[in-house]
Design a binder for this molecule. Structure first.
Ligand code: ADP
Length: 463
């Protein structure tokens, strides 16, 4: 069975408070009981001692007026006084009851007194009646010759204590219930945000990502609600980006496919016989297939970089060696566009990087530099270590990027000049791959650009 936190809290409050109060009740009860009994005992011991002083003469048969004396005394102090001889037989009784005279009393108090000690004790003589016994030895020349046993009714103390205890227990239970109610109210307050959150999480789990919960407080629960909201916003954004990405990717894949289909159909159903035209069409088909290839390649590359399980092989590498290889690889392409491609790198920089990832990043940046720089321009790659950072710059003297477009160029499929996109042959994924690669290397990338003057991409890599 699932018990709600509310009931658990309220129940715990109730039990804790009731137990504590009952314990306190018990301590107070026993302390009070001891106090009352001691008080009563102290008072009556004085009386017992007074009787004890004179009892010797009577017990030894020297003073016969004793019975009247103890009767009056007993009546006055509201107690029964019994005189006993050395063997514990009753020789005098303030109640003057004949049946008790000559009876041997075995009370522990009597026995203690006959041993020469004073003693006291209480006893229930019936359900209702509670009695206190106090005894003193009666001595003559340091010899015990008998004992005085005084008994007094202390039922009043018992009744007072009982009624007190009943009231205390009642108040404890009421207190516990009050605490339980407060606990219930408190736990309702505490669990309300949790419940709201649970419901919101359940809705998110059902696919309804547009969820927010109210933030009631600034404590841990408030922070949890805030964290949930942030997560929900990110999740919704992530979902939107994913949908956009799929739509864009389908669109990008669709256009070369449509071209191929159109070209193939016109060759199949048209009555064109000229081989030159055929070749031209096939050539077009071929370049569309190349384009599809590039797209699929870039998509796979991006997926690989975004895969959380991708592990980098970071090893100490000669950075100038990596850059030089890229420059050599791109040289023919640059030459074709009459662009000067150069690397300025100190020989002695070694840095822990994943060679393939860094090469991929630089290849894309240099490729963009060449693509977006008109003939006669320059593309330069330089690197230097600045303290704990490696800084690589890829600069060109190309067409530049308008400032308002700068924040967007790293987005998937984003192109500044949409119309020219096909012409340059770019997939629109290059800078996304660059950004993911740099992120994977643990670094950052920034861009500065001035239209018609050129663009500089700067990569900072930590050690
Ligand atoms: P593409 O495949 O179109 O080059 P990228 O993701 O590599 O896609 O780049 C996105 C867009 O950013 C490009 O379409 C281009 O408009 C702009 N861009 C990227 N690099 C440069 C550059 N060096 N100079 C000018 N514009 C650039």
């Amino acid at each position: 069975m699932r018990i709600s936190i509310r009931w658990k809290l309220a129940g715990t409050y109730f039990i804790m408070i009731v137990l504590t109060l009952l314990l306190a009740d018990w301590l107070a009860y026993t302390a009070l009981k001891d106090h009352y009994l001691q008080e009563r005992e102290d008072a009556y011991r004085v009386h017992t001692n007074v009787v004890g002083t004179y009892a010797g003469e009577y017990i030894l048969g020297e003073y016969m007026a004793m019975p009247t004396l103890i009767r009056d005394y007993g009546n006055q102090v509201d107690a029964r006084v019994v005189l006993l001889n050395r063997q514990g037989y009753v020789v005098g009784d303030s109640f003057n009851e004949q049946w008790i005279i000559g009876m041997q009393l075995k009370h522990p108090e009597v026995q203690a007194a006959l041993r020469g000690e004073t003693a006291s004790g209480t006893q229930y003589v019936s359900d209702e009646e509670w009695v206190m016994y106090i005894s003193v030895p009666v001595t003559r020349q340091k010899e015990v010759v008998g004992a005085v046993l005084l008994s007094t009714d202390i039922t009043d103390i018992g009744e007072a204590l009982d009624s007190l205890l009943r009231r205390m227990v009642l108040f404890s239970l009421l207190g516990g219930m009050l605490a339980g109610l407060i606990g219930l109210w408190l736990s309702v307050e505490v669990t309300r945000p949790v419940q709201e959150l649970t419901e919101a999480v359940e809705r998110v789990a059902m696919g309804n990502l547009d969820q927010r919960v109210p933030v009631h407080s600034r404590d841990e629960l408030g922070q949890l609600a805030k964290a949930f909201n942030t997560m929900a916003i990110k999740l919704a954004r992530f979902d939107r980006t994913r949908q956009e990405f799929i739509a864009n990717a389908s669109h990008e894949l669709k256009s070369p496919l449509s071209s191929i289909k159109a070209l193939a159909e016109s060759l199949t159903y048209g009555d064109e016989r000229d081989v030159v035209v055929y070749k031209e069409y096939l050539n077009d088909i071929n370049s569309e297939v190349d384009r599809l290839n590039r797209l699929v390649h870039d998509l796979l590359k991006l997926a690989q970089l975004e895969d959380e399980n991708t592990v980098l092989q970071k090893e100490l590498q000669s950075i100038s060696d990596i850059i030089q290889r890229i420059v050599n690889l791109m040289k023919p392409q640059a030459k074709l566009k009459e662009i000067s491609l150069r690397a300025y790198t100190p020989e002695d920089i070694f840095w822990p990087v994943d060679r393939d990832t860094l090469s991929g990043v630089l290849l894309n940046l240099v490729d963009n530099g060449i693509k977006y720089t008109p003939p006669g321009g320059r593309v330069e790659v330089e690197c230097q270590s600045q303290g704990e950072e490696l800084v690589i710059r890829v600069a060109d003297t190309g067409e530049g990027i308008p400032p308002e477009e700068l924040p967007l160029i790293f987005e998937r499929f984003y192109r500044v000049d949409k119309a020219r996109a096909r012409q340059t042959g770019g997939t629109g994924l290059g800078l996304s791959i660059v950004e993911e690669g740099v992120k994977l290397l643990g670094g950052t990338i920034s861009v500065e650009s001035e239209p018609a003057r050129g663009t500089v991409f700067t990569i900072n890599l930590p050690k």
